[in-house]
Design a protein around this ligand. Structure first.
Ligand code: PHE
Length: 332
């Protein structure tokens, strides 16, 4: 019988919350509190009881009647003033709603990781604008006038002399113009390219540039720094290779690949960054004496690193803002 009383209370709560007019209120009153209503029926049943638990049941039943009557009167009063029951009547026995807690996007998480590793290697952080001059983005970096990267296919030009930066390397120019060597900084940020969207490329992505300028700098130091970085990001056993390459602003230049194996797929080499010794022409362009100073630089794509790290196969997923995808990578 106790169960029946409990059910009556919850049924009453549900019904009173859903009602919309005072007519329905009267129907509820008759149903629960009327002479032949549910409560008086329960009292009739109660009188016929003989067991030991009769006092407890009696107490519960009385309390239920008081509760229902009170709630009914409360709702009745409010209805007179035109408010709906659900507007003011809060059922404290309902389970709470889970609140959604935000989390960092995978790109931010990866960026944070990269920044932390380089912080540990003594690099500070420097930032430049996304809207750049053609001079900083290309000319000062030793790109010849007819270099294909200047082509309208690749670069979002804003005017003849300004563009959305196509890489973070122009921040090197800004840093070297603003501060005197020795320099040791990373420069994270967004870059833009006018490319056809596909699983592998997007018109916007993030890079982290690195620059070190000092008196005795060698390629071996550049190599040591990048190997240490790769081992911290991908684990001590990561398999890597330095492959000779070309960039207008570094000489010699190299690209770093890491060996990537995914379960069930054949392993392959994947490029993660470009690097090299700063070309003396670039140092001259910013007023640093190339006879006295040597520099090394590197630049890496953050999306590529995130895709590798989490085994994601389509870069567009990183920009879709689909919560079902993003919540798989919640970091605490
Ligand atoms: N800026 C180059 C790119 O976007 C990467 C790079 C940076 C290479 C610094 C060498 C030195 O591909």
């Amino acid at each position: 019988m106790l169960e029946q009383i409990k059910k009556t209370l919850t049924d009453f709560d549900t019904e009173i919350l859903e009602l919309n007019s005072s007519d329905e209120l009267e129907t509820i009153r008759i149903k629960y509190l009327g002479r032949k209503g549910i409560l008086s029926q329960l009292f009739d049943d109660f009188r016929k009881l003989t067991g030991n638990d009769k006092p407890i049941i009696g107490k519960t039943l009385n309390q239920a009647k008081i509760d229902i009557t009170n709630k009914f009167n409360q709702v009745f009063e409010k209805f007179k003033s035109g408010t709906k029951a659900s507007d003011f009547y809060i059922d404290l026995s309902l389970p709470g709603r889970k609140s959604l807690v935000g989390s960092k996007h995978i790109i931010t998480q990866t960026l944070d990781e990269v920044k932390n590793i380089f912080k540990g290697l003594g690099f500070s952080i420097y930032e430049g604008p996304e809207l750049e001059s053609d001079y900083n983005n290309f000319e000062a970096l030793n790109f010849p006038d007819d270099h294909p990267a200047r082509d309208m296919q690749d670069t979002f030009f804003v005017s003849e002399k300004f563009l959305m930066r196509t890489h973070t390397s122009p921040v090197q120019i800004r840093l070297m113009k603003e501060k005197k060597p020795p320099l040791r900084a990373i420069m994270p940020g967004k870059v833009y390219r006018n490319e056809a969207l596909s699983a592998k490329s997007y018109c916007l992505f993030h890079q982290v540039e690195g620059l070190l300028v000092d008196t005795d700098v060698t390629f071996a130091e550049l190599k040591g720094t990048l190997v240490s970085f790769a081992q911290q990001l991908y684990g001590k056993d990561v398999k890597y290779r330095f492959r000779a390459s070309f960039f207008p602003f570094t000489e010699p230049s190299a690209e770093v690949d890491i060996w990537w194996e995914q379960q069930g797929k054949e392993g392959r080499w994947l490029e993660i960054l470009g690097c090299g010794m700063v070309d003396p022409n670039v140092l001259l362009n910013v007023g640093i004496d190339p006879e006295k100073y040597i520099g090394y630089a590197f630049g890496m794509g953050v999306e590529r690193m995130a895709l590798l790290k989490y085994g994601i196969d389509d870069i567009r997923l990183l920009f879709d803002n689909d919560i079902r995808f993003l919540k798989q990578f919640i970091s605490v």
